[in-house]
Design a protein around this ligand. Structure first.
Ligand SMILES: NC(=O)c1ccc[n+]([C@@H]2O[C@H](COP(=O)([O-])OP(=O)(O)OC[C@H]3O[C@@H](n4cnc5c(N)ncnc54)[C@H](OP(=O)(O)O)[C@@H]3O)[C@@H](O)[C@H]2O)c1
Length: 267
């Protein structure tokens, strides 16, 4: 099945790169409003990326179409493409604030909402997906198989999308921000930034392996490192005191922002 991507910004280009460097052998049809971005992607993979002159060309050339634009731009694009789309095509879009029922009311094709993550750049990370009402059982298998090329598909109910997006898509930035603060704190203790980033990066990679490959739980890791009365426990106590309720506040903030975007757009 041919793949097309509308919008080759951060997510669109990540999805394209992940497919190209996976077992997917075909070409990918792309278009981006600012053509330079799509041209840069095409220059990186000249044999695999086909630069389309407009979104219509992407829609006509592709059986699976990824729509990776901001919420404000999606409605107009879909309304323009609708007369040229058909029932067997599958539209996968990345806008969590846009209900799947709204998309299905515009397009004649099958629709799937997915919450991508920067982690797919390295073909890792979970990929929450919401299947639309026109998706058959066979489509589910087909779509999940294809998405394995970029991450680990994880079907969810649409009503729960916010928390799943927080867990998989916002979390790389949350974690990176925390690590950056760790780096700054280490700098104050005399470690240069590059060294601190390298050490923390290796640590995160190792913890990821413990969780995924060694099946350790978060609790296991904490218990094995933070012995009662030890220095790690002293550090954890200090973190807990100053970060009380921090993540609950972050999750409330993402929910409030999503509600705002759904109502007023990105303004
Ligand atoms: N970044 C993430 O980690 C992430 C995670 C999960 C979900 N998402 C969602 O994924 C969507 C895309 O996010 P992003 O971070 O990739 O945003 P982005 O970097 O701004 O990319 C959006 C791209 O869409 C292009 N575009 C806008 N209107 C277009 C049109 N009419 N035709 C063709 N291309 C058009 C933009 O082109 P220009 O260059 O002209 O602006 C831009 O390159 C958003 O809805 C976001 O909420 C993002």
């Amino acid at each position: 099945m041919s793949i097309g991507i509308i919008g080759t910004g951060a997510m669109g280009s990540t999805i394209a790169r992940s497919f190209i460097t996976s077992h997917y052998q075909g070409q990918i049809f792309v278009y981006n409003r600012t053509l330079e971005k799509a041209r840069a992607l095409q220059a990186a993979f000249p044999d695999r990326i086909v630069l389309c002159p407009d979104n219509l060309c992407v829609a006509r050339s592709s059986e699976i179409i990824f729509l990776a634009v901001k919420a404000d731009d999606a409605g107009d694009i879909l309304r323009t493409l609708t007369p040229y789309m058909h029932a067997d095509q599958i539209l996968l879009y990345t806008i969590s604030a846009m209900p799947i029922a709204e998309v299905e009311s515009i397009v004649p094709c099958k629709a799937v909402k997915l919450i991508p993550s920067i982690t797919h750049f390295s073909k890792a990370g979970a990929l929450p997906i919401v299947f639309g009402t026109r998706i058959t059982d066979a489509d589910r298998v087909n779509i999940s198989d294809r998405l394995c090329a970029i991450g680990i598909p994880h079907p969810i109910a649409e009503k729960s999308i916010r928390i799943y997006a927080d867990l998989t898509s916002c979390s790389p930035a949350f974690l990176a921000d925390w690590l950056q603060q760790f780096t700054l704190a280490a700098q104050e203790k005399g470690v240069d930034r590059k060294t601190a980033e390298f050490l923390l990066g290796q640590m995160v990679y190792g913890v990821g392996k413990l969780l995924i490959e060694e099946n350790l739980s978060l609790e296991d890791i904490i218990r094995r490192v933070a012995v009662p009365g030890g220095v790690t426990t002293a550090g954890l106590d200090a973190i807990h005191q100053s970060a009380q309720g921090m993540l609950q506040k972050a999750l409330d903030a993402t929910e409030a922002r999503q509600n705002h975007i759904a109502q007023y757009g990105h303004a």
